[in-house]
Design a protein around this ligand. Structure first.
Ligand SMILES: *Cc1c(COP(=O)(O)O)cnc(C)c1O
Length: 492
C-alpha cells in the first residue's frame, strides 16, 4: 500500500519507502492512503494464535509483502521476548491488562522496535545507501531502538536522551549499549529539546550532505516513523481476538482501550485498529501531570506553551505529541492544506485549536484525562494490595484514569488497559508506592520488589548489572554540536 503525507496528499510513497524516509520531505507524517478493512471472521482465526501469524497477516495489508515473507521477520523479531505469548493478557478485577513489556528492554516500544530493523533491512534492498537512524528518546525508545539496530548491516544509530530526565535504569540501559554502529549521548534540556534538535538535524542541509558523503541517508526510529506504528496496531487486534477465543467477550462486542500516552503513538495505533474495523467504543487517553492532551480533548485547544513537569512516569513527560498530527488529519477530512496551516501555527505559536464540529466528533471517539503523582502512587499500591498485581507508574496512570472514567460515565464495557512497562523497570518508585520504603539502588529495589511479590527479577534487568558504561557524552541542544558529535563518533 502507498502512504501519503499529512501535509501534501500528492506525495505518495510505498510503505517500505516510508519506513526508510521516516518523515515526509514537507515535514508531514506518512499515513495510509486508506484503512484496510478486517472481516469479523478474522478475529476467530487470529484468536487461536500464535501472535506471529496475526502480525504477519495484519502487516501484509500495509507493507505489500506476503504473509510468507513477513512471518520469518516477525518470528525473528519476537524470538528474544521472555514470554512465549509475546503479549500475554492478565485479567484483574474485570479489566484486561495487555502486557506489552516482555521484550528486551521491558517496555512496549520493543514490539515495534524489534521489528523495525527487519522492515528497514527489507526496504534497503531497493537502494544502495546506508541508513543513519537518529532518535530522540524520553527513556524507553532509545534503548529499544539501540537494541534492535545494534550491528544491523548498513545501519548506524544514534540515540539522544534528556540528561537528567530519564530513570537510572533507562540511562544505564542506554550508556552500556553494545555494538559497533551505535552512539548515545545526553542532551541538556527535556525530551522536547532533544526531539527538536533531531528534527532540526533532519532539515539541516549541511548535516544531510555530510552524512550523504559518507554513504548515509537519514531515518528515524521515533514513533513518527510508520514502521513504529504498524506493529502496534497488531496487538490491539490480537488482544481482541484472544478475548473472543477465550469467550471473555462475544465477537463484535465493543470494548474500551485505555492507553497511558505521551507522544500519542500507542493510542493512535489503537485508533487505526478501530478504523480497520476493530469494535472499539472509546479510546481513553491517559496523561500524567503533563496534561496537554487532557486539555485538548476537553477544550479543543492544544497549548504546548506551559510548564514542564518531571514525573515518575518519565516516558510520558512530553508537551508536543507528534502523532496527534495524524489524528487531526483524519478529523480535518484529510485536508493537507489545512494541516499545513495548523502545524505552522503550532510551530510559531506553540498552540492551535480545532473547531466545534471536530470537538464534538473527537469526544465520541476519545476520553482524555490525567492522573497526578499521588493518585498514581496510590493506584500502584491498590493494585498490589487488593489484587496482588504489580503495575509500573505508566500503567498506573492508565489505571487511575480508567477508574475515574468508570465512576463518572458508568460505562460497563470491557476494557483493555495497555500495560506499557514492567514494574521492575521502575522498581524504586513502585516499591516506594507499595511499602513507603526508599531504596535508591535500582537493582536492590527490584530484588526487594520481587521478594514482596514472590516473583523473580526479569533477566533483562539483571544483565545490566555487570555491563560497562560506554557513553559519557552530554551535549547542548544545539543541532550543530550534536551533528558534529555524530559524524565523528559513528560516521567517521
Ligand atoms: C513511550 C511510553 C509511553 C507513551 O507512549 P506514546 O506512544 O509515546 O504515547 C507510555 N508508557 C511507556 C512505558 C513508554 O515507554
Amino acid at each position: 500500500m502507498n502512504l501519503i503525507s499529512t501535509r501534501n496528499s500528492n506525495e505518495s510513497v510505498s510503505a517500505l519507502n516510508a519506513v526508510l524516509k521516516g518523515i515526509a520531505s514537507d515535514g508531514g507524517l506518512y499515513v495510509p492512503e486508506v484503512f484496510p478493512q478486517i472481516d469479523k471472521e478474522k478475529f476467530l482465526e487470529w484468536g487461536k494464535g500464535p501472535y506471529e501469524k496475526c502480525a504477519a497477516q495484519v502487516l501484509a495489508y500495509y507493507f505489500g509483502l506476503s504473509e510468507d515473507e513477513l512471518l520469518p521477520m516477525v518470528t525473528a523479531a519476537y524470538s528474544s521476548f521472555s514470554d512465549e505469548e509475546v503479549v500475554p493478557i492478565q485479567k484483574v478485577e474485570g479489566d484486561y491488562y495487555l502486557e506489552l513489556f516482555h521484550g528486551p528492554t521491558l517496555a512496549f516500544k520493543d514490539i515495534a522496535l524489534a521489528l523495525l530493523p527487519h522492515l528497514m533491512n527489507r526496504a534497503l534492498r531497493h537502494t544502495d545507501e546506508n541508513v543513519l537512524i537518529l532518535t530522540a528518546t524520553s527513556g524507553d525508545t532509545g534503548k529499544a531502538a539501540l537494541e534492535g539496530f545494534k550491528n544491523a548491516p548498513r545501519t548506524a544509530i544514534c540515540a539522544l536522551y534528556p540528561a537528567g530526565g530519564v530513570s537510572d535504569v533507562q540511562r544505564l540501559q542506554m550508556v552500556t549499549q553494545e555494538g559497533s554502529n551505535v552512539y548515545v549521548a545526553g542532551v541538556e534540556g527535556n525530551f522536547d529539546d532533544a526531539q527538536n534538535a533531531v528534527k532540526a538535524l533532519f532539515l539541516n542541509r549541511e548535516f544531510r550532505a555530510a552524512a550523504k558523503e559518507r554513504g548515509y541517508t537519514l531515518s528515524s526510529a521515533n514513533s513518527i516513523n510508520f514502521g513504529r506504528l504498524a506493529p502496534q496496531i497488531v496487538y490491539y487486534i490480537y488482544a481482541y481476538a484472544r478475548l473472543v477465543a477465550a469467550k471473555e467477550i462475544t465477537n463484535g462486542r465493543k470494548i474500551n482501550i485505555v492507553v497511558p500516552t505521551g507522544n500519542f503513538g500507542n493510542i493512535l495505533a489503537a485508533y487505526y485498529a478501530k478504523r480497520m474495523g476493530l469494535p472499539v467504543h472509546r479510546l481513553i487517553c491517559a496523561s500524567n501531570k503533563n496534561n496537554v492532551l487532557t486539555d485538548f480533548f476537553e477544550s479543543g485547544v492544544y497549548a504546548a506553551n506551559r510548564e514542564f513537569y518531571k514525573t515518575i512516569s518519565p516516558s510520558m513527560d512530553i508537551l508536543i505529541s507528534s502523532n496527534l498530527e495524524r489524528l487531526i488529519f483524519e478529523y480535518y477530512r484529510r485536508d493537507s492544506l489545512k494541516m499545513r496551516d495548523v502545524m505552522r501555527e503550532l510551530s510559531l505559536e506553540r498552540h492551535y485549536s480545532v473547531n466545534q464540529n471536530i470537538r464534538n466528533e473527537l469526544i465520541m471517539d476519545f476520553y482524555g484525562d490525567f492522573a497526578d503523582e499521588f493518585p498514581t502512587m496510590n493506584s500502584i499500591k491498590k493494585s498490589f494490595t487488593q489484587n496482588g498485581y504489580l503495575i509500573d507508574p505508566h500503567t498506573a496512570v492508565a489505571r487511575t484514569v480508567y477508574e475515574k472514567y468508570k465512576k463518572i460515565l458508568g460505562d460497563g464495557s470491557p476494557a483493555i488497559i495497555a500495560a506499557t512497562a514492567s514494574p521492575y523497570k521502575f522498581a524504586g518508585d513502585v516499591l516506594y508506592a507499595v511499602t513507603k520504603e526508599r531504596v535508591e539502588d535500582p537493582f536492590q529495589a527490584a530484588e526487594a520488589l520481587a521478594r514482596l511479590a514472590g516473583e523473580s527479577v526479569p533477566a533483562q534487568l539483571l544483565e545490566l548489572r555487570n555491563k560497562k558504561e560506554r557513553f559519557a557524552d552530554v551535549l547542548t541542544a544545539d543541532p550543530e554540536e550534536i551533528g558534529r558529535a555524530i559524524l565523528s563518533n559513528i560516521l567517521a
